[in-house]
Write a protein that binds this ligand. Structure first.
Ligand SMILES: [Mn+2]
Length: 336
């Protein structure tokens, strides 16, 4: 935040405000951690609501304050009422209004001040105040800086827990390339507020149902390697999901197993979503392999250099065939 921005932020919150905090749809730990940290930060002197476009994984219910989150999909009237009274809207951990899905028109048509805090590349220009830095490990790290620049003395165990959770989730526990010495310094400062490092790891990673382990088994078993390319891919069919009682968030992290193979630079997961009539795609890469460019060129997606998403309206089989041909072309054009 530059000085000019900081001045307008401080001025904005010099009196009581009615604030809405919005994560991207199907929010992850970074998005919800950011919302909840700001919720605890602002709520003593302001009216604050968190509105998520849709449901999120119940793994994140351990975050303090999560029971207060409103879900737009389930509670439209209450959420729209909150919007009518709001004078400041934060959008957190996304760079384009369409990532707020069904909430995007409410945000764009409201006359409130909008503040974006986000670490994705190439942010859209919809906010009154855009705090964007794609070099940051996580939106939670940015929220930490934001809070420190306004009133660091308000940080307590709840705020620290929310921010720490988002940082560890988005950095793969401080190991992705986005992790800087400053990220670790923030982590270290948060631990001084009594954050329970082991418990957060356990809640995030060792808190699943047995059927999720079986689903992982079938995803691993389905992995295929493209001959001659540093690429592997796998899929989860509609049937796999039904047999294993698939819940939102269950497939989180599956795609990363592909990158555990020597010399593999790109791993892809296709999830068949029969009810939505599409295939959801997760792309992961390492090194110089820019998977966000591939995702946006061929699969209407985007995201980070090493972690992106996309969709396909073809069948699962056709999507896989298209993917093999597209990625072969992409690598031949860009990397050889
Ligand atoms: Mn993030």
């Amino acid at each position: 935040m530059n000085e000019h921005m900081l001045d307008s932020v401080i001025k904005l919150f010099s009196k009581k405000r009615n604030i809405i905090l919005i994560p991207h749809s199907s929010p992850d730990a970074d998005a919800l951690g950011s919302c909840l940290a700001l919720y605890h930060f602002f709520k003593s002197k302001n009216e604050v609501n968190i509105i998520s476009p849709n449901e999120y994984t119940d793994i994140l219910n351990f975050l303090p304050g999560s029971k207060d989150i409103l879900i737009y999909e389930n509670d439209k009237v209450k959420c729209e009422d909150a919007f009518k009274k709001a004078d400041v809207v934060f959008t957190l951990d996304f760079n384009s209004l369409n990532r707020a899905r069904n909430l995007s028109s409410l945000i764009s048509s409201s006359t409130t001040k909008t503040i974006m805090i986000d670490h994705h590349e190439n942010p859209d220009n919809y906010a009154d105040i855009t705090i964007s830095n794609s070099k940051m490990s996580s939106t939670c790290e940015m929220v930490y800086d934001f809070i420190c620049s306004i009133d660091k003395s308000k940080i307590d165990n709840k705020i620290a827990t929310c921010i720490y959770t988002g940082i560890v989730a988005d950095t793969g526990s401080f190991r992705f390339p986005s992790t800087t010495s400053k990220t670790l310094k923030v982590g270290s400062e948060l631990i001084n507020y009594g954050v329970n490092v082991t418990e957060i790891f356990e809640k995030l990673h060792n808190n699943f149902q047995f059927k999720r382990l079986k689903l992982l088994g079938s995803a691993i078993n389905n992995f295929k390697k493209i001959e001659g390319l540093p690429v592997v891919y796998t899929s989860i069919t509609d049937k796999d999901q039904k047999v294993n009682d698939f819940k939102k968030g269950d497939s989180e992290g599956f795609v990363n197993f592909g990158l555990s193979v020597a010399e593999i630079l790109c791993s892809v997961l296709f999830i068949e979503k029969k009810d939505e009539g599409l295939i959801k795609i997760s792309f992961r890469s390492k090194g110089d392999f820019k998977v966000n460019i591939f995702a946006s060129k061929y699969f209407k997606g985007g995201g980070h250099k090493h972690a992106s998403g996309g969709i396909s309206k073809l069948s699962l089989k056709e999507t896989e065939e298209k993917f093999v041909s597209d990625i072969t072309q992409y690598i031949n054009q860009n990397y050889e």
